[in-house]
Write a protein that binds this ligand. Structure first.
Ligand SMILES: Cc1cc2nc3c(=O)[nH]c(=O)nc-3n(C[C@H](O)[C@H](O)[C@H](O)COP(=O)(O)OP(=O)(O)OC[C@H]3O[C@@H](n4cnc5c(N)ncnc54)[C@H](O)[C@@H]3O)c2cc1C
Length: 446
């Protein structure tokens, strides 16, 4: 009989696994999801609310793709996993058996037991249902006269940007004394504070949410700030204080759980024939200096690709290369390659350059004595991923990277380039006299 692989979760990690299993085998594949019928791009949800695209456009594959590729889709919630009998118990009382099970169940927004967190108008931003809810709660600035967004991370700033496109005034509560400064070095974080404020956001730094107040109908009316006791009237509260693996339904299943589902580099759990990938997977120890849980799109995709190989007879550990990520802070694009920490690690130092217009900057983390290049954050200057990755692998010096920075510049020729300015600042800081090399396509594709 054909082996039946069941995948719980139709996000990027589950779907990547299914697609790659199908490429390499004829196995029976079922994907179960309680969220939507079809896979969509979670990272594009914001653009639907902002009117840049329709929900339909967030689906990377046509609806006929799944049938054509013999990937069965099942819309249901898995209530629990009986690994002894290899059975899943679904909402509605149905059961489904599996030979191999892939847990790709993603994350859920954090809630910290704030008084009032379940009032109408209080919501997270994660799922398609959250998008629909935001459309209902904040269609315009008549229904929603003010929104408060709680939590200064990547999803928080997305939600702020979304609400601004409907001319809804926003108060943004950030616990840290500067935006996302647990991740970003001070100069970058400070630039983003100014950027956020320039969009007329009421940015409150260094404050915590005390409670959310509601009326007799259970609708949110205001929030109270812990440190000052100030009450801010609002109709919507966005809770965007991070995410946690969505593993509550697995708690008594016998599958090893920490913060997420515990896996080894082969993405195996403690139970035979059960694997976990994407946001919900937690490595026993981070691989190649990376974090044990990485709730990012690319990680889900890479894990899905590796696991599909293993499940089709080509055992492949998850072995991510250098860390990279990208995001957008309103008008400012951000990319990161390698490791740049908020404060340089012991023995390392930062080189920081910021453009006079206050909307572009870079920070490089390097070893202090050898000036070995360890990572770069770049804001509103696009760089070539493959080249940065190569330089990190080759252990290049920062002098070399800056000398060849023109090769890494991804922007088309007609964009203004900033390499000379960056190099001038670097030469001044380190007493070097590096001259920028002309861009070389030969080197880029070497
Ligand atoms: C608003 C937003 C913006 C983001 N932007 C970026 C970005 O710019 N760059 C980036 O790298 N990352 C970004 N991320 C993170 C990225 O989207 C996630 O890391 C990625 O989508 C996780 O994929 P996944 O397949 O692991 O899980 P998910 O996409 O969460 O999919 C899991 C699915 O499983 C379903 N499920 C869970 N439990 C069950 C159950 N018991 N039964 C049935 N179904 C179940 C869930 O409903 C869900 O549909 C963003 C996330 C959000 C919310």
């Amino acid at each position: 009989m054909q082996e039946h692989i069941v995948i719980i979760g139709n996000g990027i990690s589950g779907v990547t696994t299914a697609r790659h299993i199908r490429k390499a085998s004829d196995k029976k594949i079922t994907i179960i999801s309680s969220e939507t019928d079809y896979f969509f791009s979670r990272t594009a949800l914001m653009y639907v609310y902002m009117g840049h695209m329709k929900y339909e456009h967030t689906k990377p594959y046509e609806d006929y793709f799944w049938k054509k590729n013999r990937i069965d889709l099942k819309r249901a919630f898995v209530k629990n996993v009986d690994h002894q009998n290899k059975q899943l118990h679904l909402s509605g009382g149905e059961q489904m058996s599996y030979d191999k099970l892939v847990l790709a169940v993603g994350s859920k927004p954090n809630k910290f037991g704030w008084p009032g967190e379940n009032l109408n108008g209080v919501q997270g931003l994660y799922s398609k249902q959250d998008l629909d809810l935001l459309e209902k709660n904040a269609p315009n600035n008549e229904t929603c006269k003010r929104a408060v967004v709680v939590g200064g991370g990547l999803i928080g700033i997305e939600m702020v940007e979304m609400l601004l496109t409907r001319d809804i005034p926003v108060t943004f509560l950030v616990r840290e004394h500067s935006f996302w400064n647990s991740v970003l070095p001070e100069g970058e974080s400070a630039m983003l504070n100014r950027h956020i404020k320039s969009h007329h956001v009421d940015l409150r730094l260094g404050v915590n949410l005390e409670s959310i107040q509601g009326d007799a109908q259970g609708n949110v009316t205001s929030i109270i700030i812990k440190e000052t006791g100030e009450e801010i009237a609002c109709d919507v509260v966005g809770l965007t204080a991070g995410v946690t693996p969505n593993v509550d339904f697995l708690k008594n299943s016998g599958i090893g759980i920490g913060r997420g589902v515990k896996v080894n580099p082969m993405l195996e759990t403690n139970i035979k024939d059960i694997y976990a990938i994407g946001d919900c997977a937690e490595q026993h120890e981070g691989i190649n200096g990376r974090r044990p849980i990485e709730a990012v799109w690319y990680t889900g995709r890479m894990m899905g690709e590796a696991l599909a190989q293993t499940l089709t007879g080509n055992p492949t550990p998850y072995n991510p290369g250098h860390w990279f990520n990208s995001a957008k802070f309103m008008d400012i694009e951000y990319q990161t390659y390698g490791w740049v920490f908020a404060k340089p690690k012991a023995g390392n130092t930062h080189f920081h350059w910021i453009h006079k217009d206050d909307d572009k900057c870079i920070t490089i983390e390097m070893e202090e004595t050898s000036r070995t290049f360890l990572g770069i954050n770049n804001f509103d200057i696009r760089l070539r991923h493959e080249l940065l990755d190569k330089w990190l692998t080759e252990g290049r010096s920062t002098d070399y990277v800056l000398e060849h920075l023109k090769d890494a510049n991804f922007d088309p020729e007609f964009y203004k380039h900033y390499e000379s300015e960056i190099l001038e600042a670097y030469n001044k800081a380190y007493g070097t006299s590096i001259v920028p090399k002309k861009k070389s396509w030969k080197r880029i594709f070497a």
